[in-house]
Design a protein around this ligand. Structure first.
Ligand code: MN
Length: 218
């Protein structure tokens, strides 16, 4: 077995080849004051790593080991909770950490910017709708911007569900997400999810979203 692990959006088309995450590509405090160093460290090295560890265990010795993460999740129904929860946790955090940057592009450009304006009228109105989905997710979960049949849509999912799974309550190819589990913000923001969401936009790199959008509409 070749042990190769790439952090980032290109990885998700590959099979799992290592159960150890690479080091984060920037320092834990690089997103201060928007996301604090302790939260980044625990979130990445404990929560994210644990999902990968348990996902690797859940698929060990099965045919899923040879499949891409996306293919595994596309058939991970609710009768497969270990794969759904841990594989979802792995996939969702991979996207989330890929989107965060100390030097983010703070607005989209090109075809994605045009598509957002066409659907929501402006970036500000899009953000209001996305924030509403993130605020409205009761308990732990995620909000998403997805591409389905070439069109943009916003939705949210509970737990570690995501839009590529069956029966997740929304479907499409994820191109942007926010983690609204309390572990993503509680140390700094306590119960103030809205403040965390506002801060998230200061460190969310639209260049990454654009690349995913262009791939999703090909
Ligand atoms: Mn998380």
């Amino acid at each position: 077995m070749i042990h190769l692990f790439i952090l980032g959006i290109s990885f998700l088309n590959l099979t799992i080849l290592s159960s150890t995450l690479p080091a984060m590509p920037y320092a834990y405090d690089a997103l201060e004051p928007n996301i604090d160093a302790k939260t980044m460290e625990i979130h990445y090295t404990k929560h994210y790593q644990t999902y990968l560890t348990n996902f690797t265990k859940a698929i060990a010795g099965t045919a899923a080991e040879e499949k891409s993460v996306e293919d595994i999740l596309a058939t991970a129904d609710k009768n497969l909770p270990a794969i759904r929860n841990n594989g979802g946790g792995y996939y969702n955090h991979n996207l989330y950490f890929s989107l965060l940057s100390p030097t983010p592009a703070l607005a989209p450009s090109g075809p994605l910017a045009l598509a957002i304006d066409a659907k929501w009228g402006s970036l500000a109105t899009f953000k209001e709708a996305f924030n509403k989905a993130a605020m409205g997710r009761f308990g732990s979960g995620w909000a998403w911007l997805v591409v389905q049949n070439g069109a943009l849509d916003i939705c949210s999912t509970p737990n570690q569900d995501n839009p590529i799974m069956p029966d997740a309550g929304c479907s499409g190819k994820p191109i942007l997400c926010i983690d609204v589990w309390e572990h993503a913000y509680y140390l700094k923001y306590q119960n103030r999810r809205a403040d965390y969401i506002t801060a998230f936009w200061n460190v969310m790199d639209w260049d990454v979203v654009e690349k995913l959008y262009e791939k999703a509409v090909q």
